[in-house]
Structures are given as structure tokens and as C-alpha cells.
Design a protein around this ligand. Structure first.
Ligand code: 17E
Ligand code: FE2
Length: 434
């Protein structure tokens, strides 16, 4: 005997990477999608009629630092706004980390993200601090939240793999403790040679412990910062391309075109993932410039045009590097569209895909990601008619369904016009505010 589904979503527009489909009903049972059809005859305990609104796979936050989230101003504000002052402030703050402090802030941030439709997250954890408290706190959080959000943890040596005598050993300990991903920061190693050496070591560790790689790479306006070529060379030689991610790569913005075009040819020989963090890098970069001031965000449009997998991250929520942020991925997309000048409709749609399908590819969670019969029921309903509408209005995420359970719902605001009546009818006709 077949059970009735526990949940049916009726008449939503199912997004695909290339466009919306017609309206469908989606049935969910025991945490999985059991049927998708124009009209399902059966009924369910809970039915949500979403009336043509967009149904999307959940957002993927491919790059965030949960260990520092919600610490802005502790112990002091970042006055220069630079990456390097941020690192100094964090070095002070991390002396007072406790497991509870890290875990509680991480879970509070993850809850805020999940309420806004994010169900897959990759977070960096600083492992250049003696006690590995940041890492241990995030590993505890990964376990505590696993029934409603998937968290991957990157062992990230913020002060450099060779920046202190114990940092390399701390990285190995992080692998043994169960970090999912090996991180790095070659542009912040003490010398260029150390930077190159760090990348080779990262690949060795990834092979030895069978982990993914995600390197903070060339996050500086220095056009001479050229570690992406080293990362690409290692990826080409090892064949690990799709398991390797280059985060930030902001120096790519400043490379001369002769070099950038050569590099793009090399990139096409492998399948690296790229992550841009437009909210934060538009504020961190260009700080040493007067005018003209560089935007300092990597070449997102060009990488996308080349067919490279590009995703977008928030990077920070209220920390020493970025005091703003809410976890809303539509804010990230909105900023990317502006900074990267991706204003054509196919470009706008591509930017939406960068916080959904492309992020899933970066995290290598594709087998469990996407709205298909048999897959885990992870999906969101947006108060929007398409991707463009969702991004423009930063649409409310109506429903968040994680592993078959409705874990959050939000009612869109309904502003009430109190001014002259003739203006009310204009609102009604244009629907501008609704
Ligand atoms: N650390 C770093 O090296 N770069 C960043 N963007 C952040 C932390 C947020
Ligand atoms: Fe970062």
C-alpha cells in the first residue's frame, strides 16, 4: 500500500538552470520528492498552493566565515576597511574564542541563512590559532545542524601555512579532526616562494586525506599576485580540477589583458571552480587607490563566458572585514550584477544560478541537489514570478523545505498606502510595490 504524501506543493513554477517550466505539483514523502506532475490527483496532510510563484532548489552559500560571524566591533571597528586590518583585529578577537562562543554564533547565523532559503553552506574555519577552537566549534555546529542544513568546513590558515612555526602541523591536525576541505592563503604567506610551496602542500594534504580544496587566492589588488596560475597548474597535473576552488582571485581584476588572456587559456584545460564575493570585495579592494578606484572583483563575466563554474558567496556577516550582511543570497546576486556589469537577462539569470546550481557544483553536493523525483526534498518557494523579479525586489522566501520538512515560512510585507486616494489606484494598476 502506498502512503499518501505528507506534503504537496501545488502549481509552482519549477526553475531549471535554463529557464522556468510550466506550473507543477510536487509531492513529498519521508523526506524525498516522490512525484512531479502538472496535476497530482492525490491529497496530502499539508498542501501549499503557491499560485505560480517560483519553486527553486535552495540557495548555496559557497563561501562564508562563520567563525567570525557577528563579531563586528570586537574588540574594535575596522577603520581602514582593509583586509589586513581585518586580519589584525581577528587575531586579537580569536584569543578569546571558546567552543560555545563559536558554536552559538555559527548556529545563529546558519538559522538566519536557512530562514532565507540557504540549505548548503561552505564555511572557512581559521586553523592558525593554537587550540583550533574555531575549527572545533564549527565541526560541532556541522553536527548539530545536520538535520536541516548541510555545512562543509574548510581548514583555513588565516595567518599563513608557513606564517608561524606550528601552522602546518595545525593544518594536519585539522584534517585528522575531520575538516571537509583544505584551505590556503598564498598571497599572505611571507614570501612568494612560501605561497607557491603552500599550494603544493595543500594538494598533497588533499590527496592524502581525500579532501576538497578551496584556497583564498590572490585576494589583493597587486597585479603581481599570481598564485592562480600555480593552483591551475597543480589542478591540471593532478586532474583534481573539479575538486578545487579558487576563492576571491581579486588580483585577476588587475592583471594586464595579455597575461589574463593567456591565463584563461590555461584555465580552460581544467575545471576549477571560482567563487567571487562581491559584497565584501567591493568594499575591501581599491583601498590603496585614489582615483580611478578599482572595483577589485574577479572577472566573473569573462569566466562565466569561458564556461568555468563560478559561484558567489557572502564571505562575511558582521565581522572585522564586513560589518553589514544578513545572509540573504539575493543581496549577493544583486551586487554581482552591478559590479560585474551583468545586466542582460541571460546574465541576470546566470548570476542567480551562481548561488544555486553552480554553488552545488562547487561544494560537490550535486547528487543530493536539485528538484527531481527520488532526491531529498530540499526546495524553496519565492514570492516572485521569475529570477529577474526575485533579484530586483529581493523577494521574500515564502517557504523553506529542508529534507521534506517545512522549516521556515515568511509572509511578504503588505505596505498600506495612507496618502491621497488617487495615488492608491496608480499603485493598484502598476503593482510597483507589490
Ligand atoms: N580572511 C581573508 O583572508 N579574507 C577574507 N575576505 C575574509 C577573511 C573575510
Ligand atoms: Fe573569505
Amino acid at each position: 500500500m502506498t502512503h499518501p504524501p505528507t506534503l504537496i506543493l501545488r502549481q509552482g513554477q519549477l526553475l531549471s538552470p535554463t529557464g522556468p517550466s510550466d506550473c507543477v505539483d510536487i509531492a513529498i514523502e519521508a523526506g524525498r520528492i516522490t512525484a512531479i506532475a502538472p496535476h497530482l490527483p492525490q491529497s496530502a496532510e499539508v498542501e501549499l498552493n503557491v499560485q505560480g510563484q517560483v519553486i527553486s532548489p535552495p540557495f548555496v552559500e559557497s563561501h562564508i566565515h562563520l567563525d567570525s560571524a557577528m563579531t563586528a566591533g570586537e574588540p574594535r571597528w575596522n577603520q581602514s576597511g582593509t583586509l589586513f586590518e581585518g586580519i589584525e583585529i581577528w587575531r586579537e578577537r580569536k584569543q578569546s574564542l571558546t567552543l560555545e562562543d563559536v558554536k552559538e554564533r555559527a548556529i545563529a547565523t546558519l538559522k538566519q541563512q536557512a530562514m532565507q532559503g540557504v540549505l548548503f553552506v561552505r564555511s572557512h574555519a581559521d586553523v592558525s590559532e593554537q587550540t583550533l577552537t574555531a575549527l572545533k566549534g564549527l565541526l560541532a555546529a556541522r553536527d548539530a545542524v545536520k538535520d536541516w542544513i548541510t555545512l562543509q568546513v574548510v581548514a583555513f590558515p588565516q595567518d599563513g601555512l608557513y606564517g608561524g612555526p606550528q601552522n602546518e602541523a595545525l593544518m594536519e591536525e585539522a584534517m585528522r579532526l575531520g575538516a571537509d576541505v583544505v584551505g590556503g592563503i598564498p598571497h599572505y604567506e611571507l614570501t612568494r616562494e612560501d605561497g607557491v610551496r603552500s599550494i603544493h602542500r595543500i594538494f598533497e594534504l588533499a590527496e592524502q586525506y581525500d579532501r576538497l580544496i578551496d584556497v583564498h587566492c590572490d585576494e589583493i589588488d597587486d597585479e603581481q599576485s599570481r598564485f592562480l596560475e600555480v593552483l591551475a597548474a597543480c589542478a591540471i597535473r593532478t586532474g583534481m580540477g573539479s575538486r578545487v576552488t579558487a576563492s576571491h582571485t581579486t588580483a585577476f581584476h588587475s592583471y594586464n589583458n595579455a597575461y589574463a588572456f593567456k591565463l584563461m587559456g590555461f584555465l580552460q584545460r581544467t575545471s576549477l571552480n571560482f567563487i567571487a564575493n562581491p559584497l565584501i570585495n567591493i568594499t575591501l579592494q581599491g583601498r590603496a587607490d585614489t582615483y580611478p578606484k578599482r572595483r577589485g572583483v574577479t572577472r566573473v563575466k569573462e569566466l562565466w563566458q569561458l564556461g568555468q563554474n563560478v559561484s558567489l558567496g557572502h564571505d562575511c556577516i558582521q565581522d572585522p572585514w564586513y560589518s553589514l550582511g544578513t545572509g540573504n543570497m539575493l543581496d549577493v546576486v544583486n551586487m554581482a550584477i552591478h559590479v560585474c556589469q551583468m545586466t542582460g537577462i541571460p546574465e541576470i539569470d546566470a548570476c542567480y544560478n551562481m548561488v544555486t546550481w553552480n554553488g552545488a557544483k562547487t561544494l560537490q553536493v550535486e547528487p543530493e541537489y536539485g528538484i527531481e523525483v527520488g532526491k531529498p526534498a530540499n526546495l524553496i518557494v519565492l514570492d516572485a514570478s521569475d529570477r529577474y523579479d526575485a533579484i530586483r525586489r529581493r523577494a521574500t522566501i515564502r517557504y523553506v523545505i529542508s529534507q521534506g520538512k517545512l522549516i521556515a515560512q515568511t509572509t511578504p510585507p503588505t505596505p498600506q498606502w495612507q496618502g491621497p486616494e488617487e495615488v492608491q489606484s496608480v499603485f493598484d494598476q502598476t503593482g510597483l510595490l507589490v
